[in-house]
Design a protein around this ligand. Structure first.
Ligand SMILES: Nc1nc2c(c(=O)[nH]1)N[C@H]1C(S)=C(S)[C@@H](COP(=O)(O)OP(=O)(O)OC[C@H]3O[C@@H](n4cnc5c(N)ncnc54)[C@H](O)[C@@H]3O)O[C@H]1N2
Ligand code: MOO
Length: 655
């Protein structure tokens, strides 16, 4: 057994592809798959392996195209409404129904509407017809020998119908590539095993991971025309991985090993591929997806996709998708592209092609792209993404407002009807998104969480339609109004009240440390977790600390900042901190105890031109709907009695 050790390379994307292709060509790893003949009813979406020539004509006889009487056109000359013509039923004047063969000697049909029955044998017609009028001549649709569909066509429902009409019950299509997906990792447990364990009261332990990448990869393979096989997760043992690959090679066209691609002590993917063939590339200058492996095993294309889900998806799209298309004789279609403006600064490492998930929305005519989490393990960033922004190699990134080309993951129309919320996050906003969907008005709410100040700045840059804000004026005790005046002096802003929310301590269940007041935060041994500067919760905390005469430096953990209520709750739940300030809903979501301390006002700041726009009409409606109001109240910790009230309309200051 070879003990070769592979070190990660850093090949440019295009070079990696060239190298992989050269290896495939040399080892014969890519050839058009063979064909199979299948019933038409099973052939939708399959790809024709040969042209289909019509075996028969359609219609295969001259057919009446209307209900009426078949006639010789010449015999109807002169018939009009004012001077009808009497005809005697016989061999050349015959009643026919739509689709009937035309009787010999007839060449046109007078529609029943223009025929009056006089008696058993005579009719009067009040319209003349010309030859072939209301007749479908033989071969009108299809002439025998004509081409119905070419080779390499993805069969649509209409294609299947036409092929049947042209005389076939089956069609010869390309065999679908069979793709083995082999998840590896001792830590992996199947979703089914995890569910069974949770049900039996044996929860998934730290270090154990629910195996879900294979579900994603299998779905993608299906979308790309392949037939996936999800093998059970293989523990990190070289001989087990070897056995799994050997088994998979027996009846698959492509091998995909997922994880074990990087430099860890138990990363065997590259060495196993090398054992069965060769590794063409191990390490591409892309992010995410850097440790991807491209090679050949048993004469078949073999991939080692990185374990992190986003990396796995991205590398599958970059390398596996084109290969599956080639095996089927297809050219991959490109996703539609658009030009957008990035809403925040985005640093990107020089020397790597980076692919950043973004949300999109059109604000004041400009398409605004807001970057989502860049973590390779954050699979939800792929759920929320509207597009992928490609930051090319040799670029250090983008400054806020820079133009960027994005590849769309959703239809443009959906993006155009997106309401963009940037600001302080609140669960009530997440709920609002769902309620907006339900109206059927086709509005989406995309919300990015950058804190209340960040939201006002986004409005200033015209990057959002609305901002969730809860900023306390420390002098007046009033919420939001003075901040809007100060930070958006040139905008006419409508402040709409969403809810009053309780703010309080999030602590471990039962409040074991007995924390009740802000002063308790300074007790020794109490570890606090803070919110980021610029967040409304932070402003509230600082204000209340000052009121109470408490020095922040006396609080352990004051410098530790999280960006969301849920992140604070998670820090407390995990035991990384004892207490944080946040909303009740976050405590409830993670089963923590909530100690209410303050009430704060959460409003939506909306430039008047957006507030009054068509786009926001369903949102205006929703804020006065009892259903939404009740749903927010049910979250707990919200007072919704003033929901939808206009708190203030800030006029733009005169210039
Ligand atoms: N010293 C280095 N460490 C790492 C490097 C490196 O270059 N040097 N690269 C990092 C990058 S970038 C990536 S991407 C990952 C790729 O690692 P592996 O392909 O070896 O994957 P694992 O470490 O086994 O897993 C990573 C992560 O993903 C989870 N995972 C794996 N498979 C699945 C699955 N089927 N379903 C769900 N989740 C899965 C796994 O549990 C880990 O949490 O390596 C970095 N490290
Ligand atoms: O290259 Mo890795 O895929 O970024 O996390």
């Amino acid at each position: 057994m070879s003990k070769r050790r592979y070190y990660l390379e850093d090949r440019a994307l295009d070079e990696a592809i060239t190298r992989f292709e050269a290896t495939l060509a040399r080892t014969g790893g890519v050839h058009l798959l063979d064909s199979e003949t299948i019933p038409l009813a099973q052939a939708r979406g399959r790809i024709t392996a040969a042209p289909v020539w019509a075996a028969r004509s359609v219609p295969h006889y001259h057919a009446a195209a209307m209900d009426g009487i078949a006639v010789r056109a010449a015999a109807t000359a002169g018939a009009t409404e004012s001077s009808p013509l009497t005809l005697t039923l016989g061999e050349q004047v015959v009643w026919v129904d739509t689709g009937d063969p035309m009787p010999p000697g007839t060449d046109a049909v007078v529609m029943a509407e223009n025929v009056q029955v006089l008696d058993e044998t005579t009719v009067a017609i009040n319209a003349a017809v010309v030859p072939w009028q209301h007749v479908r001549p033989l071969g009108e649709d299809i002439v025998a020998t004509e081409l119905i569909v070419a080779e390499g066509v993805v069969l649509r429902p209409v294609d299947l119908g036409a092929i049947a009409a042209a005389g076939y019950a089956t069609v010869t299509v390309r065999r679908r590539p069979r793709v083995a997906i082999i998840p590896t990792g001792t830590e992996l447990i199947t979703p089914e095993a995890a569910a069974a364990r949770e049900a039996a009261g044996q929860p998934v332990q730290p270090g154990e991971i629910i195996e879900f990448n294979s579900l994603i990869l299998a779905g993608l393979v299906e979308e790309w025309g392949g037939v996936p096989t999800r093998l059970p997760p293989v523990p990190d043992r070289q001989e087990l991985l070897r056995a799994a690959v050997a088994e998979a090679l027996a009846d698959h066209d492509v091998i995909v090993i997922n994880a074990g691609s990087s430099a860890g002590s138990e990363d065997y993917t590259a060495s196993i591929i090398a054992e069965f063939g060769e590794v063409a590339v191990h390490g591409v200058a892309i992010r995410p997806g850097h440790p991807v492996i491209l090679g050949v095993a048993g004469g078949k294309p073999a991939f080692g996709l990185p374990g992190y889900p986003v990396s796995a998806v991205l590398t599958a799209e970059l390398f596996l998708r084109p290969l599956l298309y080639r095996l089927q004789g297809l050219t991959p279609t490109e996703r539609p592209k658009a030009t957008a403006y990035i809403s925040r600064k985005l640093l990107s490492p020089m020397g790597e092609d980076e692919f950043v998930r973004v949300t999109l929305g059109r604000v004041d005519g400009r398409l605004i792209a807001t970057p989502l989490s860049r973590g390779a393990g954050v699979v939800t960033s792929l759920i929320r993404a509207d597009a992928i922004a490609h930051i090319p190699r040799f670029s250090e990134g983008l400054h806020a407002g820079a133009e960027v080309t994005v590849e769309l993951l959703r239809p443009q129309a959906e993006i155009e009807s997106t309401i963009v919320a940037i600001g302080s996050h609140d669960l009530a906003l997440d709920l609002l998104a769902g309620y907006l969907q339900r109206t059927g008005a086709g509005r989406r709410l995309s919300s990015a969480n950058v804190g209340s100040f960040g939201g006002l700045m986004a409005l200033k840059r015209r990057d959002a339609h609305l901002a969730g804000v809860h900023l306390l004026d420390e002098e007046t005790g009033e919420y939001n109004v003075s901040y809007v005046r100060r930070y958006l002096p040139d905008e006419e802003i409508v402040l709409v009240h969403l809810a009053d929310r309780e703010q309080g301590f999030l602590v471990a269940p039962g409040n074991p440390l007995g924390l009740r007041t802000l002063a308790d935060l300074t007790r020794s041994g109490v570890r606090f977790v803070n919110r980021q500067r610029g967040s409304g919760t932070r402003v509230l905390l600082d204000y209340q600390l000052r009121q109470a005469g408490i020095d922040p430096s006396a609080i352990t953990g004051y410098e530790r900042e999280e960006y969301t209520h849920m992140a604070v709750a998670a820090a407390v739940q995990s035991g990384a901190a004892d207490v944080g300030l946040g909303i009740r809903a976050a405590a409830q979501a993670l089963g923590l105890t909530f100690i209410p301390l303050f009430s704060e006002q959460y409003d939506l700041a909306i430039p008047r031109r957006h507030w009054e726009s068509d786009l926001l009409a369903p949102l205006r409606q929703m804020l006065v709907e009892p259903a939404y109001r009740q749903a927010v109240a049910a979250l707990g910790g919200y007072d919704v009695t003033r929901m939808g009230e206009i708190v203030a309309v800030r006029q733009a200051l005169p210039h």
